[in-house]
Design a protein around this ligand. Structure first.
Ligand SMILES: N[C@@H](CCC(=O)N[C@@H](CS)C(=O)NCC(=O)O)C(=O)O
Length: 294
């Protein structure tokens, strides 16, 4: 093995320090050479590079505020997926084939065919699953920064346990329940506004909820909050930071694509076309009346 370098030839005045450096370089070179030869003859199993496989996912959904949370995350992560529309008015969500995917009989749900047809239900659980399995660039959920990751998950849980159920209740009392109960309607609206106040304060001087970057916290919260009018909160002008945040996310092409799965953006249609909104509300009201024998 000849490791004579140009440096050795040209510099004849070695110091002791130079000799030590050379012997370190030489032994390092030897070790590298030995490892290379061992690897070549496969004495030890070498770490195989992970094969990049294309995700094979089916999304079961409908054009609702919870439904589009899953498609927004899929689009933002750039994951290819197939869509199966579940007809809620035809009660497809209670059919045995769907209850095998989500025993709770609600959309959205996904099946990951690339992982032995693994089913996942609950929009936020779907979102976290997708990030953990198909977000190597950590676009929406940090992996290696525990504090940042926790902050994202805190806001995701805030949406799942606060915003979504409160707006869901509000939709029921303010849109679907055939009788209008002012106490229930006002109580829901007040709680939604309280939650929006928390978000508005947290967005002070910030573009997004965590780390000044669009994350899962924003992707999951946006579909519900943009539909505030449907939940009985006509305007969010009193929350300027939140309003600016909604307008900022309105311009994200991937998010907008996700809002149009599996049908054109329903919230937009209801906002722009009061007759369409009334028609939808009437359909749900008659279903509720039948269910409650009213
Ligand atoms: N916590 C659930 C809520 C899902 C949910 O409420 N889905 C509604 C549509 S937005 C549904 O499937 N409703 C049908 C039913 O209850 O029969 C989630 O986030 O996935």
């Amino acid at each position: 093995m000849n490791i004579q370098t140009g440096w050795e030839k040209e510099n004849c005045h070695y110091s002791l320090y130079d000799c030590e450096s050379l012997s370190i370089i030489y032994s390092h070179y030897m070790i590298v050479e030995i490892i290379k030869r061992i690897k070549k003859f496969s004495f030890f199993p070498t770490q195989k590079k992970k094969k990049k496989t294309t995700p094979d996912i089916t999304l079961y959904t409908s054009g609702t505020q919870n439904g589009v949370k899953a498609s927004v995350v899929l689009e933002e992560l750039g994951i290819p997926y197939k869509v199966k529309q579940v007809e809620l008015l035809k009660k497809e969500q209670y059919e045995p084939w769907f209850l095998k995917i989500n025993p709770n009989g609600k959309i959205p749900a996904i099946v990951d065919h690339g992982k032995e047809d693994f089913p996942v239900f609950e929009s936020t659980a779907i979102a976290i699953y997708l990030c953990e399995n198909y977000d190597p660039e950590e676009k929406l959920l940090p992996k290696n920064d525990p504090k940042l990751r926790s902050q994202v998950i805190q806001w995701v849980m805030f949406e799942a346990s606060g915003i979504a159920p409160t707006q869901g209740q509000s939709n029921f009392y303010c849109r679907y329940f055939p009788e209008k109960i002012p106490f229930a309607i006002n109580n829901c609206a007040n709680e939604i506004k309280r939650l929006y106040g928390v978000l508005n304060k947290s967005l002070e001087g910030k573009e997004y909820l965590v780390g000044n970057k669009f994350t899962l916290a924003d992707a999951i919260s946006y579909p519900m909050i943009r539909g505030h009018f449907f939940s009985g909160v006509e305007s969010i002008d009193e929350f300027p930071n939140l309003k600016a945040w909604v307008e900022r996310i309105d311009t994200r092409p991937a998010t907008q694509k996700g809002l149009n799965v599996p049908v054109p953006d329903q919230m937009k249609e209801y906002r722009e076309n009061p007759e369409k909104l009334e028609e939808f509300v009437q359909t749900i009201q008659s279903l509720i009346k039948k269910r409650l024998n009213m």
